[in-house]
Design a protein around this ligand. Structure first.
Ligand code: ATP
Ligand code: MG
Length: 347
């Protein structure tokens, strides 16, 4: 488990920068935890504080009960073997082959040659680069380079893998394959993975939980499914919007929506759902209970990993009283709903 207790980081230069302003975060063993934020939000600073490449100005970093901030530099070097890291620009050694890049951390601690051979062979197989082991980084694609980065990070059998924008230099297809590899590593080797990104699509693809950081402060955190279906902070709402279209379809927007009920108007409602709950029984229930009609204008369903979530836009018809009763009924249900407005009855 990784616990960050009230971490601050201040850079003193010509101008003082408060990069982190009191971060509290707990990351459980075996999780894939995402940290998302815009450029300059403090993501890299935060992740570098986890492995103490950057010493926090104040606060504590506790990993599996060990207070990292209390360690000397040499103790830290030993502890850091438990924490692998991969980077946006891969940081490979250009004069070394794929094999020798992966072997590098093992050579540094004088691992016997045969042990290195076996270990690197296994890692090459894990990341699917056995046939590329004699190539130099310049002969590889971005995705292949990142696979080398991942294999190198795993060479010292870490318990934690930190990924700082590890897919930001890759195209969407390659990003997907790297994320799949990370997920595979998480499952097979039970490594806790911390993913730093500015892309919500990355979070949606593989993270279990997510925290959003802005101006050195965590604005919101939670299970990815919850955050996607019900973001609380403006920052998270903006990020969610970048991957999920919550805009009203143009045709609906053109219907002439007003915000007050009227005798000649029907209410327009957006229902959100997640998990296995769907709205079909709800629509049927309204029709039955209130003896009116409901028309479904728009539906959208998406998946966060294997969990479905989405929304439905419906128009509830009938006189004003019937509509009000139906709305009150919906509000009383454990489903998220939102009145979008009122549209002319002839629709
Ligand atoms: N070594 C440093 N010295 C001074 N200021 C720094 C240093 N490193 C980072 N900062 C500042 O701290 C703030 C947070 O930077 P950080 O690199 O953590 O952001 P980030 O979220 O990783 O951004 P990006 O998405 O662009 O990588 C920024 O204002 C940055 O200018
Ligand atoms: Mg960064």
């Amino acid at each position: 488990m990784i616990t960050l207790e009230n971490i601050t980081k201040t850079y003193d230069g010509s101008a003082t920068v408060h990069a982190l302003k009191g971060i509290n975060l707990t990351i459980e063993d075996g999780e894939i935890f995402g940290i998302i934020g815009k450029s300059g939000a403090g993501k890299s600073t935060l992740v570098r504080c986890i492995n103490m490449l950057e010493r926090p100005t104040s606060g504590r970093v506790i990993i599996d009960g060990q207070d990292m901030t209390a360690l000397s530099d040499s103790q830290l070097r030993a502890e850091r073997k438990n924490i692998g890291m991969i980077f946006q620009h891969f940081n490979l050694l250009s004069s070394r082959t794929v094999f020798d890049n992966i072997a590098f951390p093992l050579e540094l601690v004088n691992t016997p040659k045969e042990v290195i051979r076996k270990k690197v062979d296994d890692l090459l197989e894990l990341v699917g680069l056995t046939d590329r082991q004699h190539n130099y980084p310049s002969q590889l694609s971005g995705g292949q380079k990142q696979r080398v980065g991942i294999a190198r990070a795993l060479a010292s059998d870490p318990k934690i893998l930190l990924c700082d924008e590890a897919t930001s230099a890759l195209d969407p297809q390659t990003t997907k394959s790297i994320l799949e590899l990370l997920q595979d590593i998480n499952k097979r080797l039970h490594i806790t993975i911390v993913i730093i990104t500015h892309e919500m699509a990355v979070i949606k693809e593989i993270c279990n939980r997510v925290a959003v950081i802005e101006g050195g402060v965590i604005k919101e955190e939670g299970r990815v499914v919850d955050v996607f279906t019900n973001p609380q902070s403006q920052t998270m709402k903006d990020f969610v919007k970048s991957v999920i279209n919550m805009q009203l379809p143009a045709g609906i927007a053109k219907m002439g929506i007003t915000d007050q009920p009227a005798p000649d108007r029907n209410v327009l409602v957006r229902l959100r759902f997640k998990g296995s709950a769907t709205n079909d029984p709800l629509v049927a229930a309204i029709v039955q209970k209130f003896n009116t009609y409901v028309s479904i204008l728009y539906g959208n369903i998406d998946y966060i990993q294997d969990e479905p979530f989405g929304y439905l836009i419906i128009v509830i018809m009938g006189d004003m009283e019937t509509q009000a009763k139906a709305l009150a009924y919906i509000k009383g249900l454990p489903i998220e709903s939102e009145v979008l407005g009122y549209v002319p009855r002839n629709h």
